[in-house]
Structures are given as structure tokens and as C-alpha cells.
Design a protein around this ligand. Sequence first.
Ligand SMILES: [Zn+2]
Length: 349
Amino acid sequence: MLLKTILNTVEKHKSFVYSDARWSKQMPDREIEFDVQPRKNAKPICSGCGRKRPGYDRLVSRRFEFVPLWAIPVFLVYALRRVNCPQCGIIVERVPWASGKNQQTNSYRMFLATWAKRISWQEVATVFGTSWDSVFRAVRWVVEWGIAHQDLTNITSIGIDEIQYRRGHKYLTLVYQLDEGAKRLLYVARDRTEASLNGFFNILSESTIDGIQFACTDMLPAYLKVLKARASQALNILDRFHIMKKFGEAIDKVRAEEARQMKEDGYEELLKNSRWCLLKRRENLTKKQTVKLRELLKYNLRSVKAHLMREDFNRFWPCPLAIRARPEHGPASFCVSGVCERTVRRSNR
Ligand SMILES: [Zn+2]
């Protein structure tokens, strides 16, 4: 089988033909080149307006890097035509295997970007004998293509989260679609400000925004504010981790204040070494902490009360009534009844 046959199978463009493969003259590097010629009577396409236009002249041959074969670099060699376009003037033609002035073929960029999903960009560059920069450009091209062709309709559930990158307080805002069968990253923005999240809503149509029923977030005020302003119909679901973290912080604050007060008032320092036995879930306590907690429960301390409230609230999560929460029940972050409502009200104090 000829190499040309293989190329025609994987990369066929109907207005162009390949000549046989040959070794590149650019020795000593071993490289394969294919000459590309336009098919007779096939008019070039204007890169400005995308229409077929009469040819004007031809530029000198250029090499477009293709996917390597047996670890041997492969190039398509083609002399671009210029067209005489009544609309765009004398302008270079558009070719189907590459875009713009890029010297990598689209197939090669797809190839690099696919590997870049699995191993580091530097590794990809090293393994395929190219630069980090060209891997970066390949990934950017694929991502831009993806964004341009993204379908942003029929989104009913979103998740908004921030992640820290690099050291220091550098954050990104990430928005995911969380629908059954359609879980994907939709949007990335710098920082975790109102502007970051507003950027996401700006790319959506009004009807898509209206269709959002659930938004899962942490308790970042900037996110909550934007959600209220842009998608107030969505039920805001606060995740368990962040809520329980707030409980932990509150318990810690109450305990520290109370311990200081007791010391000032000259009482026995009951709360000494009690931090973890109040903060940890009961099932995670060590034997020593369990004894300490049992001891503390005998006293009417604010810290103990705070701890009990948290334990009480924990019953919210497995409650079947909570699962039935729906947007039509109102704009509240929690739609609860029965046991849960009592728990929430009491803990709010
Ligand atoms: Zn044109």
C-alpha cells in the first residue's frame, strides 16, 4: 500500500490531490513530504468571504506539519494561491487542512491537543518533537473551536465553584452543567468576583437563563448576589461541606469566647483541650475525646449547645423531605418542613 493511499483515507479534500510521498530534502532530519496540488478546474476559495473566486497568482511553497507516521515527521507541501476577490481584493485562498497562517495542519493540532489531555504539555512536546508553544497553540485552537461550537441550550442545573491556582490568593470561577447525562465544564473565569460569574450569564441567552432551575454554590457572597440578580428563579442549593464548615467555624468562635470568659471570671477551665471533641463528628472522636465530650455535656455551656445544634442539623441531610425541595416552593435556599424546618429555625438563632 502506498503512503498516498493512507493519506487519502485519513485526510481527503475533494478539491486537492496528493502526489507520492518523498523524503524531505531538508536533511539530515528524516522527514516525509507530500506535495499537494489543487484539482484541475477547482476554483480557490477566498479566505475573506469564503466564496469561490478566480485565481490571481501563487505564492512560494509552504510546509504544513501533519500527524507523524512511525515517529517520522510528516509535512504537506503546498503553494497557496491568491484569489482576485471583488469583495476582499487580492487575498490568499482558504485551505481545508489548516486555518489562518498556521503552519500546523488542523489534524496535527487535534492530535497534539488530544495527547495534551492525557499527559503534560511539555511531555507532549518532547515525545512528538515539537515545542511547548506549539502544543499550547494546538490546545488553544481546539478550545476556541469548542467554545465557538458550544451548545448552551437546555441547561437546567449548574454548579458554581472556585478553585485556587498558584500560591497566594489567585482564584478561578468554574461553572459546570450538572444535568443528568450532560455533566460538563461550561465556563472558566479569572477571580471569584461578581464580574467573574456575570461573565457566564452574559454568554447565555435569556431563555437559557430562565430555564435554569437549580444552582449549586458555596456561600461566597459575590456568587449569591449574582445568582439572585441574574437567575432568581433557580433554587440555590448550598452544599453540605460548606454549610458544615460554617457550623465548625461558629462552634469554634463560641468555644473560644466562652473559654476566655470563664478564665476571666475565675471558673475552672472546663473547655481546655476541648476544641476537637466539640468540632469533630461524634463517630470520629477518639476514646479520650468521647470521655471529654461526655463530661462537657453535663454542663450548661454555650459551646455544648452550639455543638448539639450542629449534631441536630446533621439530621437534615438524610431527611426525605429535604430531597423533595423544588423551586416552586419558593426562593429560599432550603425548602424544608417537619423535622428539618424546626432544625433550621432553631439553629438560626
Ligand atoms: Zn472574498
